[in-house]
Design a protein. Structure first.
Lengths: 251, 299
């Protein structure tokens, strides 16, 4: 197998006195992995994401990006290769900027922004039209609308498109469909799966939905009390039943 | 007639402050009180230098630089020192009081018989107060064009995004602290520039001339918004200029009613309060059909 894109070595996050919310986690994320992550509240899913994105610094252990130690690299620099979609639709977009402006902003993820004109040309708009049309929720008709005026589903679809506009080496999906109604959530999840597969993205997706976790991706992790208690891929993942998965949630 | 021209000239010159405050108040989304210090700081710097024989244009440039410095201090206290922005602004504003006294060496300096930017030969043949109108129009044309250009650049868009959603901006690799510091520096540089120009127009700098600056600058922004409602970002910048002129004309009308200039700060506050309440009151009183639409806080 090829080298991992991102690898966690004995990653530990301690809060307060002696409470470890992430306990010596080892995780190798390989190119093309689409990993779904399950775990109860407080299992350490968000801490895992925050550690990878750099919003949290590890208390001990290492994070490697293609074998380079990035444990101390700040979050803003990691945006060159890591993109993230948050649970809250309000979090991922600039509400007063239009859909097109948001997309334009995302085109420069992790790069220097200079005094060059932003170049929101007709060509760009046509390209954005095609791109947003793929999401299947009429986002393409609202390119000139402020993101704050979109529906939750459209806004989250926009957040998702923005995160993959510059292909990230790793995409973090933090329960990005959890705030949506079931139908909209299913639609976005379907679109997500399509984009991840078509573009051969490497992605981690936290979900609370057992069925979704089993259905999507090639690999599944279950976190419990700061540890990875199950890590299955391919055939083993396909063979996993809901009952078996549930048994790992027991403390 | 000439007092109306004077009011329009004042409106144009003071519009610079509204534009400067717009960068922090509307784009970065916080109230920066540094401006109450950087305004007299710019005035003091320019006037003191001119009084000592410096070229007025150089003196004005020096005022811009020192205003940027005041903004830098507030920005560092806020982003690196983690001091709430309101308090950081108050700290710098208060410190400026002492610094301004140091610069001026007295509570006020006159520019009597000194050369200023208003001494340029092409302004001398104009009727009274028209020099302020012409200088104001030149400054605003350059300033608004520059702002429109800047806000459409990649950097300008990153600046807007920082104020709109800092968390999202950071997730796309925008250095939000740098953007905030830059905004405060540019804003206060412009405020100090305004101070330098207005002091030269008035012919003096006074230690107390910073009092009420925030309210005056805000009034031009809010009046512009109330009058014109939903506008594009570029149109908004022009609306601020119109707001600033309307504010001066309202002030003039109030003074004509017999109020004294001592009441100016009270009147300014009342005008701003009314302008800010109007959108809500309109909603409650269902005046939407009578008055034109407007007063939205969003861009």
């Amino acid at each position: 197998m090829t080298n991992p894109v991102i690898a966690l070595k004995q990653a530990t996050v301690t809060v307060g006195q002696n409470t470890d919310i992430l306990k010596q986690v080892d995780l190798d994320i390989y190119p093309g992995d689409f990993i779904t992550i399950l775990g109860t509240n407080g299992a350490g899913k968000s801490t895992l994401f925050n550690s990878i994105s750099g919003d949290l610094t590890l208390s001990s252990g290492q994070i490697l990006h293609h074998d380079r130690d990035i444990t101390q690299v700040p979050a803003v620099k990691r945006t060159r290769f890591i993109a993230r979609v948050f649970q809250d639709p309000k979090m991922g977009t600039a509400p007063r900027m239009t859909v097109a402006e948001n997309l334009l902003l995302a085109e420069k993820r992790g790069q220097r922004r200079t005094l060059r004109n932003r170049h929101l040309t007709a060509n760009k708009l046509a390209q954005y039209y095609d791109m947003t049309k793929q999401m299947g929720n009429n986002l393409e008709d609202r390119l000139q609308t402020a993101a704050g005026a979109l529906s939750g589903g459209q806004r989250q679809a926009l957040s998702f498109l923005m995160s993959i506009q510059v292909k990230p080496e790793l995409l973090l999906l933090d329960e990005h469909t959890a705030a949506l109604d079931p139908k909209t959530a299913a639609q976005l999840l379907h679109a997500t799966n399509q984009q991840v597969t078509e573009n051969q993205l490497t992605a981690l997706m936290i979900t609370h939905n057992l069925k979704d976790a089993l259905q999507y991706g090639n690999r599944l992790l279950i976190l419990n009390a700061g540890k990875i208690v199950l890590d299955v891929r391919d055939e083993a993942k396909k063979a996993l039943t809901e009952q078996e998965a549930l048994s790992y949630f027991v403390n | 007639m000439s007092i109306v021209v004077s009011s329009i000239a004042q409106g144009l010159l003071w519009a610079v402050l509204g534009l400067a405050l717009y960068l922090t108040f509307r784009i970065l989304n916080f109230a920066d009180l540094t401006v109450e210090g950087s305004f007299p700081l710019g005035a003091a710097t320019a006037v003191a230098l001119i009084a000592h024989g410096t070229n007025p244009y150089l003196a004005t440039l020096a005022a811009i630089a020192i205003g940027a410095l005041a903004g830098l201090v507030t920005g560092l206290l806020y982003t690196k020192g983690k001091i709430p922005v309101l308090l950081a602004g108050i700290l710098v504003m208060t410190a400026c009081l002492s610094i301004n006294l140091r610069i001026m060496g007295a509570a006020n300096i006159s520019l009597l018989n000194q050369e200023t930017i208003f001494s340029a030969s092409f302004l001398q043949d104009l009727p009274k107060y028209f020099d302020g109108v012409v200088v104001g129009l030149i400054i605003l044309t350059v300033l608004i064009s520059t702002l429109i250009w800047f806000l459409q650049t990649e950097l300008g868009q990153a600046f807007i995004a920082t104020g709109d959603n800092a968390k999202m901006a950071a997730a796309f690799g925008i250095k939000t602290d740098q953007m905030t510091i830059m905004g405060l520096m540019v804003s206060n540089a412009l405020i100090a520039f305004g101070g330098a120009v207005i002091a030269q127009n008035n012919g003096f700098a006074d230690i107390n001339m910073g009092i009420g600056i925030v309210v005056i600058a805000l009034a031009s922004i809010i009046i512009g918004e109330v009058c014109f409602g939903e506008l594009s970002l570029n149109q908004r910048l022009v609306a601020i200029v119109v707001g600033s002129i309307i504010y001066r004309l309202v002030l003039l009308a109030v003074l004509q009613l017999g109020f004294s200039t001592n009441d100016l700060n009270l009147i300014s506050s009342i005008i701003l309060a009314i302008a800010m309440i109007l959108p809500q009151a309109r909603h409650y009183l269902k005046l939407d059909g009578i008055l034109s639409r407007g007063g939205n806080a969003h861009d």
